[in-house]
Design a protein around this ligand. Structure first.
Ligand code: TYD
Length: 237
């Protein structure tokens, strides 16, 4: 599959046109950033690990009837997907308090959240992704009330599938971020689901198995990404 024109380059992924209308290629690059771009590095093969994990998890979600943009992985860091009109939201689902939740509110890191907590941010780096609420999302005409219900419903379904999957690997899915888009009037999951967008804790040791290793210099990031990707994709034929 030939990469066509570059349509968009984000902090860690680039999107290319293909010969087919409505189909694009997402390239997972080796760039890693944190703290609003304040910390930046290039970690060799990171893109491959995130691409294979994303592909595996999108397939798993599709098997559970959850609509995603995923079509196939055409090369080790190149994913073919349906072109979506992206919705400028970051939909975060939390099962355990961590990160900004424990920084911003009086709740200790590690406190279980049952039911899970959904937090939705406005995706706009220039505004530092401010948090929204339901009324703001509708007032800003980002989603209709019906679409908002659908987005939250899909987010919780994704959470159920992923919590069960990671639990079978001895991993706690602490929290993760989803992005959605529209194609032919349908809302579906876009972007990626990878170690860059999830918080994963080893059930036995409590160690971080995700981008927090990079954010807080907790160890060898690539060794952790490689180990987690191997574990997640182990059953793949
Ligand atoms: P959060 O705790 O809000 O932010 P931080 O990582 O700054 O502590 O993050 C919750 C989850 O969502 C975490 O798994 C990382 C992911 N996430 C992203 O992938 N991108 C983002 O821009 C944000 C804010 C979070």
């Amino acid at each position: 599959m030939q990469k066509g024109d570059l349509l968009y380059a984000g902090k860690a992924k680039s999107v290319y046109r293909t010969g087919r209308e409505g189909v694009v290629l997402i390239e997972f690059r080796d760039d890693i950033t944190a703290f609003d771009g304040g910390k930046k590095d290039i970690l060799e093969r990171k893109g491959c690990f995130n691409a294979s994990v994303s592909a595996y998890l999108f397939r798993l979600l599709e098997e559970h009837g959850i609509p995603t943009h995923f079509m196939d992985l055409v090369e080790d860091r190149l994913m073919r997907v349906r072109a979506l009109t992206m919705i400028p939201l970051e939909v975060i689902v939390r099962n355990v308090a961590a990160g900004s939740m424990s920084r911003n509110y009086p709740i200790a890191e590690g406190t279980p959240l049952n039911p899970p907590v959904i937090v939705i941010d406005y995706k706009d780096d220039s505004r530092h992704d401010p948090m929204l609420n339901d009324d703001l999302i509708v007032a800003l005409k980002i989603l209709t009330p019906e679409e908002l219900t659908r987005v939250k419903d899909i987010a919780l379904q994704v959470n159920s599938v992923l919590v069960r999957f990671f639990s079978s690997l001895g991993i706690t899915l602490v929290d993760f971020k989803l992005e959605f888009g529209r194609a032919d009037g349908e809302i579906m999951l876009g972007d990626e689901i990878s170690m860059d967008s999830m918080r994963l804790w080893d059930n036995r040791t409590g160690e971080s198995l995700d981008k927090d290793v990079y954010r807080f210099s907790k160890g060898d990031v690539m060794e952790v990404y490689r180990r987690v990707a191997e574990k997640i994709c182990a059953g793949e034929g």
